[in-house]
Design a binder for this molecule. Structure first.
Ligand SMILES: CC(C)(COP(=O)(O)OP(=O)(O)OC[C@H]1O[C@@H](n2cnc3c(N)ncnc32)[C@H](O)[C@@H]1OP(=O)(O)O)[C@@H](O)C(=O)NCCC(=O)NCCS
Length: 145
């Protein structure tokens, strides 16, 4: 019995270099149902994703219930389009007594432009650690008494 030829090696494409040094906290692709009357993505959809992405690093510090207390700044720099791969990068800018503030940068890779990152949004949000009654509680940093 003759041996079958070896299958061709899978072409593994390298990951593109990230557009910034901050931590990748979310990737998501908007669908047509997320679009507005212009055919671009509805700003409220972007805001909801940023709120979720922004909570990832505060959760590491707060380790329990928390609430968004403020969207301190939100800038839509470029429209997001259906089918973009949206990457959310975040970094902590302040740790207060009960709150953690983060900056979130959002980059789109257009449908046919994989690896070419376009900054579409930047935002700064603050999350508060809350107790079971919804009142602010102190953020206890790892290693602190
Ligand atoms: C979050 C909440 C518990 C805070 O209660 P509060 O009595 O206003 O608390 P405080 O005034 O003590 O502020 C708590 C922290 O928030 C910070 N904070 C309050 N307003 C802020 C603002 N506009 N920007 C940045 N930080 C703010 C304070 O500086 C403090 O942080 P620190 O202790 O690290 O310095 C309360 O406002 C709340 O329940 N809000 C609704 C949250 C919610 O439902 N979010 C989802 C929105 S749909």
């Amino acid at each position: 019995m003759s041996e079958l030829p070896a299958p061709p090696a899978l072409p593994i494409l390298p990951a593109p270099a990230p557009p910034c040094e901050h931590e990748l906290v979310l990737k998501v692709i908007p669908m047509p149902a997320d679009s507005n009357a212009n055919g671009d993505i509805f700003g409220g959809w972007v805001m909801a994703q940023v709120d979720l992405a922004g909570s990832v690093l505060p959760a590491r510090y707060i380790r329990g219930r928390m609430a968004t207390v403020a969207v301190n700044e939100f800038i839509f720099k470029q429209p997001v389009r259906v089918g973009d791969i949206c990457s959310f990068f975040a970094h902590v800018t302040r740790i207060g007594r009960t709150s953690v503030t983060v900056e979130v940068e959002v980059y789109s890779e257009r449908f046919a432009g994989q690896g070419q990152y376009l900054k579409v949004t930047e935002a700064r949000l603050t999350y508060v650690a809350i107790d079971a009654d919804g009142r602010p509680r102190a953020v206890v940093l790892p290693g602190a008494q």
